[in-house]
Design a protein around this ligand. Structure first.
Ligand SMILES: Cc1cc2nc3c(=O)[nH]c(=O)nc-3n(C[C@H](O)[C@H](O)[C@H](O)COP(=O)(O)O)c2cc1C
Length: 370
């Protein structure tokens, strides 16, 4: 019997025993009925692969680029607050794993370590995630700090303006940790406690009034490329690119804000079409298998990102645990590409998937069943 977890679901089972209940529910849970979380998995499972034979798949490569930076596999590390809930080395452990695996880590502004400390431990490319603050000076100051520390892109999260209802957290009286990232800042009369990923309401320092003009202003005010996160409509993808974003992340925040949205993979093709090559398109949400990554690439994503699995890897084995989670996804994707007859990420196309049973093509009308 293998003693190591053999897939990401088993990582979660072990992590669940090691992470304190309140933290576990905060990480695993989502908004209200968690319908989006379940739908996200169900839709991946309903998409079928159509393998092609007699293709030379001896030399396979998962390498690609994001914003011109080479990554060894099309999987990046999502911004997620408070890795310290899963392991004492927190984001330091995570960033070492990202570097070892040759991919980008997007650091959450709600990290358990300062953005400067994480950058000092990085051996690969890093992006920094933040929000539009009511205080425009603070908005620019965070981006400038990230640039100064060596981050190469800023990821603006657009879908976290309004406080979500997370019933597990309410039951647990959960209070998230504050991030040291804001410790040196003079927050004046701002009343928001920086609980990871959970704004406190209308007195929040996040700018609930921000619009596309603010994105345009921000993108033209900083030196780094801007990535936007939380796009769930084709039109918003187009507007992102028109207002200066160089990449968009199709994301429903892992079902943690608005419940009953579509799965991200359902809206991915619409966003890809609407962006029309004017920005790169990535996807996150529920990616747990190499086949999920393959399906996202087949529908036009350049890369995916993973959130919760980072915590499961951290809880099981710190930095090597995060690397092991990425290795599992890498090996599953490699095998999927080989079996589907796609030796490179460029060769993965929608021709390799089906979303409705091919039986329908054979029996197009109900009369055929009589
Ligand atoms: C514990 C936790 C904290 C998160 N914190 C942030 C955050 O600070 N900023 C952000 O943009 N997204 C945050 N997210 C959302 C992730 O970036 C991502 O969209 C989501 O986790 C993807 O779904 P997955 O967990 O199913 O992979 C967080 C997610 C989790 C699970």
């Amino acid at each position: 019997m293998a003693t190591e977890p053999v897939n990401i679901f088993e990582y979660e089972q072990i992590a669940r025993e090691r992470i304190e209940q309140g933290h576990y529910d905060f990480i695993a849970g989502g908004a209200t009925d968690e319908i989006t979380i379940r739908r996200t998995r169900a839709v991946y499972d309903s998409i079928m692969l159509r393998p092609r034979m007699m293709v030379d798949v001896e030399n396979r490569s998962m390498a690609t680029t994001v914003l011109g930076q080479e990554i060894a596999l099309p999987v990046m590390l999502d911004p997620a607050g408070n890795h310290g809930a899963a392991h004492p080395e927190a984001e330091i452990a995570t960033v070492q794993a990202a570097g070892a695996m040759g991919t980008v880590m997007v650091l959450s502004s709600h990290a358990s370590r300062t953005l400067e400390d994480v950058a000092a431990s990085a051996s690969g490319p890093l992006w920094f995630q933040q929000y539009f603050f009511k205080d425009r000076g603070l908005t620019l100051e965070m981006a400038a700090r990230a640039e100064e520390a060596g981050y190469s892109a800023i990821c603006m999260t657009l879908d976290a303006k309004i406080k979500p209802k997370r019933e597990r957290n309410i039951r647990n009286d959960y209070v998230g940790a504050e991030s040291p990232n804001y410790a040196q800042l003079d927050l004046g009369t701002h009343t928001w406690k920086f609980a990871a990923d959970a704004p406190a309401g209308p007195s929040d320092i996040r700018d609930v009034a921000s619009t596309w003009d603010d994105l345009d202003w921000f993108a033209s005010s900083i030196n780094l490329p801007v990535v936007v996160k939380g796009i769930m409509a084709g039109e918003d993808g187009r507007l992102s690119a028109e207002n200066g974003a160089k990449a968009v992340i199709v994301s429903n925040h892992g079902g943690r804000y608005l419940d009953t949205t579509p799965a991200t993979i359902e809206v991915l093709p619409e966003v890809v079409n609407s962006v029309a090559g004017n920005a790169e398109v990535y996807l996150d949400g529920g990616v747990r298998r190499g086949t999920d990554i393959f399906k996202a690439l087949a529908l036009g994503a350049r890369s995916v990102l993973i959130g919760r699995p980072l915590f499961w890897g951290l809880a099981v084995d710190g930095s090597p645990g995060v690397a092991a989670v990425l290795e599992l996804l890498r090996d599953e994707l490699d095998a999927t590409m080989g079996m589907c007859g796609c030796p490179t990420v460029e060769s993965i196309s929608s021709a390799t998937i089906d979303t409705v049973s091919p039986l329908l093509a054979s029996f197009p009308s109900p009369a055929d069943f009589r």
